[in-house]
Design a binder for this molecule. Sequence first.
Ligand code: GLN
Length: 506
Amino acid sequence: MTDLTKLSAAALADKLASREVSSVEATQAHLDRIAAVDADIHAFLHVSERALDVAAGIDTRRAAGEQLGPLAGVPLAIKDVLVTTDMPSTSGSKILEGYMSPFDATVVARSRVAGLVPLGKTNMDEFAMGSSTEHSAYGPTRNPWDLNRIPGGSGGGSAAAVAAFEAPLALGSDTGGSIRQPAHVTGTVGMKPTYGGVSRYGAIALASSLDQVGPVTRTVLDAGMLHDVIGGHDPHDSTSLAEAWPSFAAAAREGATGDVLKGLRVGVIKELPDSGFQAGVSESFRTALGALQAHGAEIVEISAPHFEYGVAAYYLVLPAEASSNLAKFDSVRFGMRIDVPGGTVEDVMAATRDAGFGDEVKRRIILGTYALSAGYYDAYYGSAQKVRTLIQRDFDEAFAQVDVIATPSAPTTAFKLGEKIDDPLQMYLNDVTTIPANLAGVPGISIPSGLAAEDGLPVGIQFLAPAREDARLYRVGAALEAVLVDSWGGPLLDRAPVLNSMGGAR
Ligand code: GLN
């Protein structure tokens, strides 16, 4: 029998639709895989007790001849930043330990309507602050390529679950790179949609002007299929765009078969210094550009002089918004409370926040409140907003000349657990190439571009497109993916040494 966990979501969906496989069988296969490997990977904070019942319900409806959506019966892992009524939602924080939401995030509700089977909640850096998942209050997730290395962050759990074949699909959130950077270090696909393209209702807010929810998958087509389910206007989210979107799955299919690379103008940023990048990352990026060129794309040097100031601006905008968003964890409305006998309300709040938040969260709350304080507002927050505008202008000018911009998705391959945890600046610099898209609100996708020669670890290439042109990223991503997978003789994940020996014979 085929190993059901090895199939792409699209291939599994075909088998479900033809009733060659039941959703109960597919779900059980993934639960077995989780049981076999997750003690080592720790991608999940919670595994659903209801998954098999939900799967059985889908099977019954299918047997009754009901017309179901394209992904009906396919299991789905959900980043713990997204609230769910039937599983706890902690956002990786102690302060929300055991918290049960009275409602589902819109993306979760839409997934349920589409017949996807929630498998569990995935690990993440506390409140999505981090690039390694080491800031989770519940212990780190490990990279399936090498268990001593980080799976990226903040969505390391979702990326590792998909890379380790514990789930065919996952949901993530990306405020500065938390979908794309984990994809880069785990050899998977991650898409950050246009700001406003996917509802954030029920996504525990980190920085509201930057947060986007999106798909984490092993193929570009799977990402497009999941995006079709979760995307589109939501009246519960005031930043949600009202427009009708094209089918992203159709765009990915067109890309994989068509000639979309012919004449495509791919911008490469001349100000991005080679020096900040690991040699194998730059090399893999150049190889991918070569493949694009060989299939008719034109590589165009563009100037985006403010791109490199993205990290600095982000670390003012993000803490400012985060400090305000996290004020609601006040020991009264949500989650944990530390009682202080004889103390005031303020004493209880302070004790709760002191015990409930980890170091990185406290660091950013302090940074944010400082940047927003009356005397410094213009000097810090105001300046950061100006830089943000300059970055948006860089993008506008660049997209007048090119169809997409390409960069490496992150500067290095997966680093070792513990290597950067005590050096916040080094941790922050992981997102140099991903952050500008969040600041400008444009979509970005990371797809595997190969393995770095020096360490054999995966590398991703990122494509950026103008706002609302998400479909272009699926076309281009699927086209390059087809070319590269062909040149490798199969998917990159087939070559993950640790992964392929995990959980017994596969
Ligand atoms: N690594 C970035 C940060 O720490 C991105 C986080 C995210 O996208 N949620 O803020």
